[in-house]
Design a protein around this ligand. Structure first.
Ligand SMILES: Nc1ncnc2c1ncn2[C@@H]1O[C@H](COP(=O)(O)OP(=O)(O)OP(=O)(O)O)[C@@H](O)[C@H]1O
Length: 328
């Protein structure tokens, strides 16, 4: 099972610019979480801080007993082996074929024999649907295939935590749907803790168990997907509806006068509560996601702290769960 990631009071600045401050959240083990936020709000910086590549000034990131911010570099280096990272562009070496690209972490970080490396690499290539393309160079395949190759490479060291930075960037809607399904299938197969940074509303609506959003240098919210999908918070509503009206502007946050003008125009601000679509299920033939049962238990534990809209949405989605004595 994946490992829990506990983020406590994290603050990151570059010079005088604070990217975000006091970010606290827990990625539950084996569950899929998505981090949303307008461009430039520090989502990539957050991923890099979780894995210890950037050093926040304050706070902790606890991963299997190691603090990825404050522990000695040697311990952080070891703990990093628990992670699989998928970057925006696949981050493949252009001169190596897909097989060698995907084998790279194994050759670099383990002493496995070539025959064993071949077995693992081919298994991962199969998992992401790239069998037959292993001899091709990254420049000879499509962007979507490069992303899947990047994902296969993120998987070779059997990660317990997978971080994906905008896995959908540059993909058409159909490829994005396939990728969403692939992420859920992977979760069913390896039960890893997953954090996906994305702007994509379809991924946000159909993939995660949990969602969070960064805005104005803060974590606006983090919790079960229904918490954000039913949120009354203007910035969350605006983002999930993909609307112009709201606190998020084109290049920067809007000023008060613009916001007040928008508030006076009901046609501009009236956003119907979003319809919650069902979360994706693993493809036929795969085991059910083990995270589902754990999440149910966890959500019931936090029931009293959830707002009514989120509870309603959860109840309709968790029909088999007895909620406050209701029949199963
Ligand atoms: N190494 C760095 N040095 C200085 N500033 C940086 C560095 N890395 C990121 N930043 C700044 O931190 C802020 C957050 O950047 P980040 O890439 O995390 O945003 P993001 O939310 O991932 O954006 P996008 O959705 O557009 O990819 C930006 O203002 C960026 O310029």
């Amino acid at each position: 099972m994946g490992i829990e990631v506990v983020v406590e009071g994290l603050t990151k600045s570059f010079g005088t610019q604070t990217v975000w401050h006091d970010v606290t959240l827990t990625l539950p083990p084996g569950e899929v979480s998505v981090m949303l936020g307008p461009s430039g709000t520090g989502k990539t910086v957050f991923l890099k801080s979780v894995i210890g590549l950037l050093k926040p000034e304050r706070g902790r990131v606890l991963v299997g007993g190691v603090d990825m911010v404050n522990s000695p570099e040697r311990d952080i280096y070891e703990a990093r082996k628990l992670f699989g990272l998928m970057f925006q562009d696949g981050a493949l070496f252009g001169s190596m074929n897909l097989f060698d690209n995907i084998a790279f972490p194994l050759r670099e970080h383990t002493r496995k024999k070539e025959s064993e490396i071949r077995r693992i690499v081919m298994e991962r290539i199969d998992m992401v649907g790239l069998l037959g393309s292993e001899g091709k160079l990254p420049g000879e395949i499509s962007g979507g295939m490069r992303k899947r190759a990047g994902l296969a490479r993120a998987l070779v060291l059997d990660p317990q935590i997978i971080l994906c930075d905008e896995p959908d960037s540059g993909l058409d809607p159909v490829r994005t749907s396939y990728l969403s399904q692939l992420l859920i299938d992977l979760n069913a197969q390896i039960d890893a803790t997953m954090l996906i940074v994305t702007h994509n509303l379809d991924i946000a609506a159909t993939v995660p168990d949990n969602m969070g959003m960064l805005f104005r240098r803060e974590l606006v919210a983090f919790g079960p997907r229904e918490l954000l999908l039913t949120s009354r918070e203007p910035v969350v509503r605006q983002f999930l509806a993909g609307r112009r009206a709201g606190p998020i502007g084109m290049s920067e946050e809007k000023d008060e006068a613009t916001l007040a003008r928008e508030r006076r125009d009901p046609a501009d601000t009236a956003t119907a509560p979003p319809r919650i679509v069902p979360q994706l299920e693993p493809s036929e033939g795969l085991p059910p996601r083990r995270a589902v049962q754990r999440r149910r238990a966890r959500v019931l534990e936090m029931w009293d702290q959830l707002p009514p809209h989120a509870r309603e949405a959860i109840k309709s989605g968790l029909t088999a769960v007895p909620v406050r004595g209701e029949p199963v």
